[in-house]
Design a protein. Structure first.
Ligand SMILES: [Ca+2]
Length: 184
């Protein structure tokens, strides 16, 4: 068997010049290693290929392979108005339009606005930014709202405004998601 196509995601395949190995009968990929099985039960294994996927890459691969979801961050295959990056961030199902995130906001004991944001258990590669604007529509100017963390777990993020609501003029809030800068 002559193996001359390789892939890291099972979707995109690239040619790889290989030397014909006469006694290799089958090959498979498991736990980030290639294995080949030859005559008389000989088994070869490769070095680790890449590293185990985490976060966004893992999410993309899971949903594109298992549910055939278009994996791009701006796609909205279930037409629920929530783009993939937000479905990932908030832990909802990108293939189910009834699976929508619920972000809660309430006034806490000191009069500040407390915002509870659900999140995917492994979406630790994202920044969650609450923004404010005095208007909506195309001309609206959005700026980051000053918040401080209240609590943070793998499945929930709670922040609150630094100022009490009484000192903030009426405005609209939205949640913006960004990929966190990679720390070298
Ligand atoms: Ca969606």
């Amino acid at each position: 068997m002559d193996i001359n196509l390789v892939s890291q995601d099972g979707v995109n395949w690239h040619e790889l010049p290989t030397t014909l190995q006469e006694n290799r009968n089958t090959a498979f990929f498991y736990n980030n290693r290639f294995y080949t099985l030859g005559n008389n039960g000989s088994l070869w294994k490769s070095e680790l290929v890449g590293s185990a996927e985490e976060g966004w890459a893992k999410w993309q691969r899971y949903f594109s392979l298992n549910l055939s979801i278009n994996r791009d961050d701006g796609e909205d295959q279930d037409c629920d108005g929530i783009e993939n990056i937000m479905e990932y961030a908030l832990g909802t199902d990108p293939g189910d339009p009834t699976s929508v995130p619920v972000v809660m906001a309430s006034k806490d004991g000191s009069g500040c606005l407390e915002i509870t944001i659900p999140r995917s258990y492994n979406a630790l590669d994202l920044d969650y930014i609450v923004e404010q604007s005095t208007g909506l529509g195309g001309g609206a100017v959005w700026t980051a709202l000053e918040t401080e963390p209240v609590s943070e777990t793998n499945t929930e993020l709670v922040v609150r405004t630094k100022q009490p609501l009484s000192s903030i003029s009426p405005q609209f809030l939205r949640l913006r998601i960004e990929f966190a800068p990679v720390v070298p």
